[in-house]
Design a protein around this ligand. Structure first.
Ligand SMILES: N[C@@H](CCC(=O)N[C@@H](CS)C(=O)NCC(=O)O)C(=O)O
Length: 226
């Protein structure tokens, strides 16, 4: 199976949180796969240029776009450890995704965009800047200077520390899909810098280390631009 994965100027640096979610999902199911790096601007190498977004999974017979559809496809077609076993887990996964969208990405994104831009391939720089600045109506530098990013992010991580102070993983004794959803945001950060950008509670840091150790250290071995 081939997973199309976004790359920066260094082809081994893979920033996309949605691609990270798909990679964790493949690893969780124990599926052998290779990744195919693609750039932001040139969509001609995407298996579905019209869709123009990654991750895209090509299985041989099927081309599946969107991380949520990839996860649903894996759950249906691949035996092995399920991502969720109960309705409560599926509801919790929906909650974490909404929480990421409301309480993590709005603060982490503005912190990271300039860094992603600075490490993007020269051919991608204008495209990345233009698309993000149009979306947010501010320059990347203005976004990075938004007041309260650190404070807001740190407050959100205090919330994440509540389950992680009592459980090894968000899934309890073992990771379930929400662990991958949340860790994917931190893999985005890690792909551009290993330097600390804010303070995280000890319970969150310890969980991150456990997540990096999973699957023979797949996340830990991933290359960072800085
Ligand atoms: N909902 C989609 C989102 C995919 C997405 O937005 N991917 C971004 C990378 S994180 C992308 O392909 N960006 C290419 C671009 O900006 O043109 C999913 O979950 O797969």
């Amino acid at each position: 199976m081939k997973l199309y994965d976004l790359a920066l100027a260094d082809i081994d640096v893979r920033p996309s949180p949605w691609c990270w979610l798909a990679k964790f999902a493949m690893l969780h199911k124990g599926v052998a796969f290779e990744t195919e790096p693609v750039r932001f601007a040139d969509k001609t190498h995407y298996p579905d240029p019209e869709h123009g977004r990654v991750p895209i999974l090509v299985t041989g017979e099927e081309t599946i776009t969107d991380s949520a559809r990839i996860i649903a496809w894996l759950e249906k077609n691949v035996a092995g450890e399920p991502f969720t076993t109960t309705g409560a887990e599926r509801a919790a996964s929906d909650f974490y995704q909404a929480w990421l969208g409301a309480r993590i990405y709005p603060f982490l994104g503005p912190m990271l965009f300039v860094k992603v831009w600075s490490h993007a391939h020269e051919d991608d720089k204008d495209y990345f800047r233009d698309t993000r600045e149009k979306k947010f109506g501010k320059t990347l530098e203005e976004l990075a200077a938004t007041s309260g990013l650190t404070e807001n992010l740190e407050a959100s991580l205090q919330t994440l520390a509540a389950p992680l102070a009592r459980h090894k993983f968000l899934g309890g004794d073992k990771p379930f899909v929400a662990d991958y959803q949340v860790m994917s945001a931190f893999m985005w950060q890690r792909s551009v810098t290993l330097k600390p950008l804010y303070e995280a509670p000890q319970a969150v840091e310890a969980w991150k280390e456990r997540m990096l150790d999973l699957f023979d250290g797949y996340g830990r071995k991933a290359k960072s631009a800085e």
